[in-house]
Design a protein around this ligand. Structure first.
Ligand SMILES: Cc1ncc(COP(=O)(O)O)c(C=O)c1O
Length: 339
């Protein structure tokens, strides 16, 4: 396979394989969160009301409620942006999650790419984004490179919409370089998701943060009642102090596990990493990556192929960070395959 914007890690799991292809936190959703969602089921006869969930998100990020738009996952936010905006020059910074570009193409827009380079550690030099780009999409931290970009607010320009996909930001301890709390910045759109940290891919819940006129414009493109009552209950629960504590601890733990994985990988000849990974996954380069990936499957491990991401090729693989014992057996399997 080569580049394919509609390919996702969940297409690579199954068959009893250990899942290192999907970046959802293991052991999620936690029981307390499942209980909160289940408790909402008694109210399913009523149409969902968003007030409490919007207030909770606004308070979490220190923003006015008018700057919050709840969506059916981050993916809906990308579709709304693509349908509601009329960019003359849309630029997507790659390699990154492919749905923003797919949504733009589906809505009939032309898309230019800024391709980040491994030799630069996949870091973004803002000067590489054309000055007259009036829509720019960048992930932070970026999937699949795992790179966290500082200072993305330097990309804000009059007349430009800057979309920062922060779907994995809550997995970075302390969320340095998050722009989610930046109220009142014209054109800045921050997209967040409950999918990854909370294991809620199947519920479809996320949100975007932007100035209220843009929130209104994007909200007008949504169908009535776009977010279900159980999803709203999940938002309220995930904005609680308890959730903040749990996700902060999980982020630190993930950082420890990632450091462990990186140490294991650095001991393997023929495996290279680039830049400083900060997300719950690591991107590696290894000659004949696709053969390595297939051989790993025979040893019981599913890793995410890299060749479907713009700017990468068959030598790239993405590995989800998991607890140390899993990383141990994985590193052993990888060593055997490379031998
Ligand atoms: C970087 C990134 N953004 C957004 C999404 C989509 O998230 P959601 O499930 O909230 O639509 C994904 C899912 O893989 C992702 O990797």
């Amino acid at each position: 396979m080569t580049e394919a914007l509609d390919h996702h890690g969940d297409q690579e799991v199954g068959d009893g394989l250990v899942d290192l292809a999907v970046n959802v936190r293991t052991g999620t959703p936690p029981a307390w969160l499942r209980d909160e969602i289940a408790a909402s089921l008694g109210g399913l006869a009523a149409y969902p009301r968003q007030d409490e969930a919007v207030t909770a998100v606004a308070a979490k990020h220190g923003r006015p409620t008018g700057e919050v738009l709840l969506t059916a996952g981050a993916a809906e936010a990308f579709v709304l942006l693509a349908r509601a905006l009329r960019p003359r020059r849309a630029v997507v910074v790659h390699p990154q999650f492919t749905e923003p570009e797919a949504a733009l193409l589906t809505a009939g827009h032309r898309v230019e790419r800024v391709l980040l380079r491994p030799e630069d550690g996949f870091r973004l030099d803002p000067a590489r984004v054309p000055d007259d780009a009036d829509l720019v999409v960048v992930g932070n931290p970026t999937n699949p490179t795992s790179v966290l970009h500082p200072g993305l607010d330097r990309l804000v320009r009059p007349g430009r919409v800057l979309v920062v996909d922060e779907a994995f930001m809550d997995a970075v301890p302390g969320e340095p370089h998050s722009l989610a709390g930046r109220a009142g910045v014209r054109g800045l759109v921050v997209v967040r998701s409950l999918t990854k940290t909370w294991g809620l891919a199947g519920l479809r819940i996320g949100y975007l943060l932007a100035m209220s006129d843009l929130v209104e414009q994007l909200g007008a493109a949504q169908p009535p009642w776009p977010v279900s009552a159980p999803a709203l209950a999940a938002v309220v629960a995930c904005c609680s102090d308890r959730a903040a504590k749990e996700s902060a601890e999980a982020a630190v733990e993930t950082g420890r596990q990632r450091a462990y994985l990186l140490r294991k990988l650095s001991a393997l000849a023929g495996v290279t990493t680039y830049g400083e990974p900060r997300a719950p996954f690591v991107l590696i380069r290894t000659p004949d990556g696709n053969q390595v990936r297939k051989a790993l499957r025979t040893k019981g491990f599913a890793v995410r192929r890299g060749d479907t991401f713009p700017g990468l090729g068959p030598d790239w693989l993405r590995i989800a960070v998991r607890p140390e014992p899993v990383m141990d057996t994985f590193a052993d399997a990888l060593m055997e395959v490379l031998d």
